[in-house]
Design a protein around this ligand. Structure first.
Ligand SMILES: [Zn+2]
Ligand SMILES: [Zn+2]
Length: 198
Protein backbone atom coordinates (compact mmCIF):
# COMPACT_ATOMS: atom_id res chain seq x y z
CA UNK A 1 0.00 0.00 0.00
CA UNK A 2 1.47 3.40 -0.93
CA UNK A 3 2.37 5.59 2.00
CA UNK A 4 0.28 8.77 2.36
CA UNK A 5 3.40 10.93 2.21
CA UNK A 6 4.32 9.46 -1.16
CA UNK A 7 1.33 11.11 -2.79
CA UNK A 8 2.40 14.10 -4.90
CA UNK A 9 -0.50 16.00 -3.32
CA UNK A 10 0.36 15.29 0.32
CA UNK A 11 0.95 18.27 2.58
CA UNK A 12 2.43 17.58 5.98
CA UNK A 13 0.16 19.06 8.62
CA UNK A 14 1.36 17.18 11.68
CA UNK A 15 2.79 20.34 13.27
CA UNK A 16 -0.42 22.35 13.11
CA UNK A 17 -2.73 19.43 13.82
CA UNK A 18 -1.32 19.04 17.33
CA UNK A 19 -3.44 21.83 18.80
CA UNK A 20 -5.96 24.43 17.83
CA UNK A 21 -5.04 27.95 16.79
CA UNK A 22 -2.07 27.18 14.61
CA UNK A 23 -1.53 27.97 11.00
CA UNK A 24 0.58 26.60 8.19
CA UNK A 25 0.81 28.39 4.89
CA UNK A 26 0.96 26.60 1.57
CA UNK A 27 2.40 28.02 -1.62
CA UNK A 28 3.21 25.18 -3.96
CA UNK A 29 2.72 23.70 -7.37
CA UNK A 30 1.04 20.32 -7.71
CA UNK A 31 0.43 18.18 -10.80
CA UNK A 32 -3.16 18.32 -12.02
CA UNK A 33 -4.96 15.10 -11.06
CA UNK A 34 -6.70 13.16 -13.82
CA UNK A 35 -10.38 13.63 -14.50
CA UNK A 36 -10.75 17.41 -14.50
CA UNK A 37 -13.22 18.31 -17.21
CA UNK A 38 -13.01 16.71 -20.61
CA UNK A 39 -11.24 17.20 -23.94
CA UNK A 40 -13.33 20.26 -24.71
CA UNK A 41 -13.00 22.11 -21.43
CA UNK A 42 -10.47 20.61 -19.12
CA UNK A 43 -7.13 20.68 -17.38
CA UNK A 44 -4.64 18.16 -18.67
CA UNK A 45 -3.34 15.65 -16.17
CA UNK A 46 0.06 16.72 -14.88
CA UNK A 47 -0.40 20.40 -15.69
CA UNK A 48 0.99 22.73 -13.02
CA UNK A 49 -1.68 23.65 -10.49
CA UNK A 50 -0.71 26.48 -8.16
CA UNK A 51 -2.13 26.30 -4.66
CA UNK A 52 -1.77 29.22 -2.27
CA UNK A 53 -3.44 29.35 1.11
CA UNK A 54 -3.20 28.15 4.66
CA UNK A 55 -4.25 25.36 6.98
CA UNK A 56 -5.66 26.65 10.23
CA UNK A 57 -6.23 24.24 13.06
CA UNK A 58 -9.48 24.43 14.99
CA UNK A 59 -10.71 22.10 17.71
CA UNK A 60 -12.01 19.33 15.49
CA UNK A 61 -9.94 19.63 12.37
CA UNK A 62 -8.08 21.75 9.86
CA UNK A 63 -9.64 24.43 7.73
CA UNK A 64 -7.95 25.13 4.43
CA UNK A 65 -8.61 28.48 2.84
CA UNK A 66 -6.89 29.40 -0.34
CA UNK A 67 -6.81 29.81 -4.03
CA UNK A 68 -6.25 27.23 -6.72
CA UNK A 69 -5.20 28.24 -10.21
CA UNK A 70 -4.42 26.28 -13.34
CA UNK A 71 -4.21 26.96 -17.06
CA UNK A 72 -7.34 25.95 -18.94
CA UNK A 73 -7.26 25.15 -22.64
CA UNK A 74 -10.51 25.15 -24.50
CA UNK A 75 -12.24 26.84 -27.37
CA UNK A 76 -14.94 29.47 -27.59
CA UNK A 77 -18.32 27.80 -27.96
CA UNK A 78 -19.43 30.50 -30.38
CA UNK A 79 -16.46 31.23 -32.65
CA UNK A 80 -14.28 28.17 -31.90
CA UNK A 81 -11.18 30.28 -31.26
CA UNK A 82 -8.74 28.60 -28.90
CA UNK A 83 -8.84 29.98 -25.36
CA UNK A 84 -5.87 29.66 -23.04
CA UNK A 85 -6.21 31.34 -19.71
CA UNK A 86 -5.48 30.83 -16.06
CA UNK A 87 -8.48 29.58 -14.18
CA UNK A 88 -8.50 30.65 -10.54
CA UNK A 89 -10.87 29.45 -7.86
CA UNK A 90 -11.16 30.45 -4.22
CA UNK A 91 -11.69 27.48 -1.97
CA UNK A 92 -12.52 26.62 1.62
CA UNK A 93 -12.30 23.01 2.74
CA UNK A 94 -12.44 21.15 6.02
CA UNK A 95 -10.21 18.24 7.03
CA UNK A 96 -11.76 16.82 10.22
CA UNK A 97 -9.64 14.86 12.74
CA UNK A 98 -12.30 12.22 13.23
CA UNK A 99 -12.64 11.28 9.58
CA UNK A 100 -11.96 7.69 8.63
CA UNK A 101 -8.38 7.15 7.55
CA UNK A 102 -7.86 8.51 4.06
CA UNK A 103 -6.65 5.19 2.70
CA UNK A 104 -9.63 3.33 4.08
CA UNK A 105 -11.95 5.85 2.54
CA UNK A 106 -10.37 5.37 -0.84
CA UNK A 107 -10.74 1.62 -0.60
CA UNK A 108 -14.38 2.04 -1.39
CA UNK A 109 -15.87 1.45 2.04
CA UNK A 110 -18.21 4.29 1.38
CA UNK A 111 -17.44 6.19 4.54
CA UNK A 112 -16.00 9.14 2.71
CA UNK A 113 -19.35 9.64 1.03
CA UNK A 114 -20.98 10.18 4.38
CA UNK A 115 -18.32 12.63 5.45
CA UNK A 116 -18.10 14.48 2.16
CA UNK A 117 -21.86 14.55 2.40
CA UNK A 118 -24.29 16.65 0.47
CA UNK A 119 -23.31 19.81 2.31
CA UNK A 120 -22.28 22.03 -0.56
CA UNK A 121 -21.38 24.98 1.58
CA UNK A 122 -18.14 23.39 2.71
CA UNK A 123 -16.08 20.64 1.15
CA UNK A 124 -14.88 18.02 3.57
CA UNK A 125 -11.91 15.71 3.00
CA UNK A 126 -10.27 13.05 5.15
CA UNK A 127 -6.76 13.49 6.49
CA UNK A 128 -4.36 10.68 5.68
CA UNK A 129 -1.54 9.01 7.55
CA UNK A 130 -3.30 9.17 10.92
CA UNK A 131 -3.90 12.85 10.55
CA UNK A 132 -0.34 13.78 9.60
CA UNK A 133 -1.12 14.65 6.00
CA UNK A 134 -3.71 16.55 4.08
CA UNK A 135 -3.87 15.14 0.59
CA UNK A 136 -4.99 17.80 -1.84
CA UNK A 137 -5.70 15.55 -4.84
CA UNK A 138 -9.47 15.31 -4.37
CA UNK A 139 -9.72 18.94 -3.30
CA UNK A 140 -7.90 20.14 -6.42
CA UNK A 141 -9.91 17.87 -8.70
CA UNK A 142 -13.31 18.71 -7.21
CA UNK A 143 -12.67 22.43 -6.98
CA UNK A 144 -11.48 22.82 -10.55
CA UNK A 145 -13.92 20.35 -12.11
CA UNK A 146 -16.92 22.00 -10.45
CA UNK A 147 -15.94 25.49 -11.49
CA UNK A 148 -14.96 25.00 -15.11
CA UNK A 149 -17.10 27.02 -17.50
CA UNK A 150 -19.65 24.87 -19.33
CA UNK A 151 -19.87 27.25 -22.24
CA UNK A 152 -16.59 29.12 -22.43
CA UNK A 153 -16.53 32.28 -24.51
CA UNK A 154 -13.49 34.11 -25.86
CA UNK A 155 -15.24 37.24 -24.64
CA UNK A 156 -18.68 37.93 -23.21
CA UNK A 157 -20.01 39.56 -26.38
CA UNK A 158 -18.50 37.16 -28.89
CA UNK A 159 -20.58 37.37 -32.07
CA UNK A 160 -19.79 33.85 -33.17
CA UNK A 161 -19.64 32.51 -36.70
CA UNK A 162 -21.91 33.09 -39.68
CA UNK A 163 -24.30 30.10 -39.72
CA UNK A 164 -24.19 30.06 -43.53
CA UNK A 165 -20.51 30.31 -44.39
CA UNK A 166 -18.65 30.13 -41.08
CA UNK A 167 -17.09 33.59 -41.35
CA UNK A 168 -15.95 35.06 -38.02
CA UNK A 169 -18.50 37.77 -37.26
CA UNK A 170 -16.15 39.38 -34.72
CA UNK A 171 -13.80 40.33 -37.55
CA UNK A 172 -16.56 41.36 -39.94
CA UNK A 173 -19.57 42.70 -38.01
CA UNK A 174 -21.35 43.81 -41.20
CA UNK A 175 -21.10 40.39 -42.77
CA UNK A 176 -24.37 39.16 -44.25
CA UNK A 177 -25.69 37.20 -47.21
CA UNK A 178 -28.22 38.08 -49.87
CA UNK A 179 -31.29 35.88 -49.70
CA UNK A 180 -30.27 32.45 -50.92
CA UNK A 181 -33.55 30.60 -50.46
CA UNK A 182 -34.14 28.61 -53.65
CA UNK A 183 -37.89 29.31 -53.59
CA UNK A 184 -37.29 33.03 -53.70
CA UNK A 185 -34.73 32.54 -56.46
CA UNK A 186 -37.31 30.59 -58.49
CA UNK A 187 -39.95 33.27 -57.93
CA UNK A 188 -37.53 35.96 -58.95
CA UNK A 189 -36.78 34.07 -62.16
CA UNK A 190 -40.49 33.64 -62.88
CA UNK A 191 -41.13 37.31 -62.23
CA UNK A 192 -38.31 38.21 -64.61
CA UNK A 193 -39.86 35.95 -67.27
CA UNK A 194 -43.31 37.51 -66.83
CA UNK A 195 -41.90 41.00 -66.94
CA UNK A 196 -39.99 40.13 -70.11
CA UNK A 197 -43.28 39.15 -71.84
CA UNK A 198 -45.04 42.37 -71.04
ZN1 LIG B 1 -15.64 33.64 -29.51
ZN1 LIG C 1 -21.53 34.22 -44.09
Amino acid sequence: MPRPEDSPWAVSVAQVASRAGQSKSVDAVFPAPSGIGDDIVGIKEGTDVHVVGSFDSIVDGLVFTGRISAPVSTECTRCLKPINRDWTVDVTAFFPYDAPNGNDARNGKGEVDIIAGEDESEDVYPLSGDGAFADLEALIRDTLAESLPLQPLCREDCRGLCPQCGADLNEDPDHHHEVVDDRFAALAALKAQLEAKE
